[in-house]
Design a protein around this ligand. Sequence first.
Ligand code: PGA
Ligand code: ZN
Length: 379
Amino acid sequence: MEITNIIPRKVLDSRGRWTLELDLVSKKNKYTASVPAGKSRGKYEAKQYDIEKTLRFFPEFKKQLVGKTYSSQDELDDFLIRISGDKKQNYGVDLSLATSIAYSRSKKVKPRGLPTPMFNVINGGLHAGGDLKIQEFMVVPHKLDSYSEKLNAGVSIYHHLREKLEEKYGKSAVNVGDEGGFAPPIKETHDVLELLEIVIGELGLLEKVSISLDCAASSYFEGGKYLIDNKKFSPAEYVDYLSNLASSFHVFSVEDPLEETDFNGFAQFLKGSHSKVVGDDLTVTNVSRLEKAYEHKSINALLVKPNQIGTITETLKAIDYCKKVGWTWIISHRSGETIDSFIADFASGTASPFIKAGAPARGERTAKYNQLLRLEGLL
Ligand code: PGA
Ligand code: ZN
C-alpha cells in the first residue's frame, strides 16, 4: 500500500478528553483508527503526548510516511519504530499506534477464535470516586462454552448486581465509574468479593464464573507501604493480606498485585497464589520487561495493551513471548476509550484466550463486546 495522505483530527474519548483519530489514505482507499488513553498509566509505558502536542508533531511525522509504499505490517511498523524511537518519544505513541492500526485495516484478517471476556462490574481506585482501593473487580465466565453465553452471563450478573447494590446501599450506589462498572460506597475489598459471590451464586453460576481483580497497586503504594482497607501494610504483610483475601474467594486472576517496580514482590505473591498473576504496569507490553518478569518468576499471565507499546508488530511480539514461556494473556482496552473496536478484531485474529473491555454497558465498551458477537456469527 502506498500512503498518499494522512488526515488527523481530534475526537473525544469516553471521559470527554481529546484524543487522536486519523485517516490513512491510499490511492483507492481510506482507513480510519482512533486511540485510547489510560488513567492509571504505567511509569514504563511508551510516551503519550496530549493532543495539542501530538498535532504539532504531526506535519513532520506525516512527511516521513507519505509517498512511500509499505508492503507489510512489519515493514510499516519497523519504520514507525525507527522514526518514533523505542519509547515513541519523538512523536508520541498515539501517532504510531493509530497509523499502525489504520494500516492493519487494509489487510483482511480472519477471525481465529473468541476470547473469554472479563467484565469489570465494580470500579474503584483511580477509576471511581469511592473508598475502594482495588481498581477493578471483574467477573470471568471462563467455564461457559460459547462467547454469547459468556456475554449473557456477564450481562445477567451486571443487572443482578445493580439490584443488590440498590437494595443494600441505596440509589446512588449504582452510579458508574470510568469503565462502566458500579462505584458503590463500599469501603473494604472483602465486602465486594463477598457480594459478588452472592450475586454469582444466586444466578446459579458459581461453577462457571470466577472473579478477577486488577489491583493497580501503584496507586495505593505510598512511602513504602500499601494503604488499603483502612490499613497500612509493609510489602511482606500486604502480600499475606492479599493472598488470604484472594484464596478465600473464587479468584481466577490478580493483576498488578504489587507496585510497578517490585519484580520480587510479584514473585512472592505468585509463589503462594492459586490465582493467575497478571502483569500490566509491571510489564507494559514491552518484551524487555517481560524478560525481566520471566527471570524473576514474577507473573504467569500478561495484560496486553497496544497503546503501552505503540505498534501492532511490537504487540504481537509480546503475545509471542507469552506463547514461548507458557503464560496466558489478556487483550485490554484503556479506561479512556473510543468506539474503535480494533482490540476485539485483534483478540480474535490472534486467537487470544481473554479480553477485558470494561462493563457490558456504555457504548465505548459494548463496541468491543458487540464486535465479538459479529465475529462469532462469522465463525
Ligand atoms: P488505565 O487502567 O487504562 O486507566 O491505565 C486499566 C488497567 O489498569 O488495566
Ligand atoms: Zn491494570
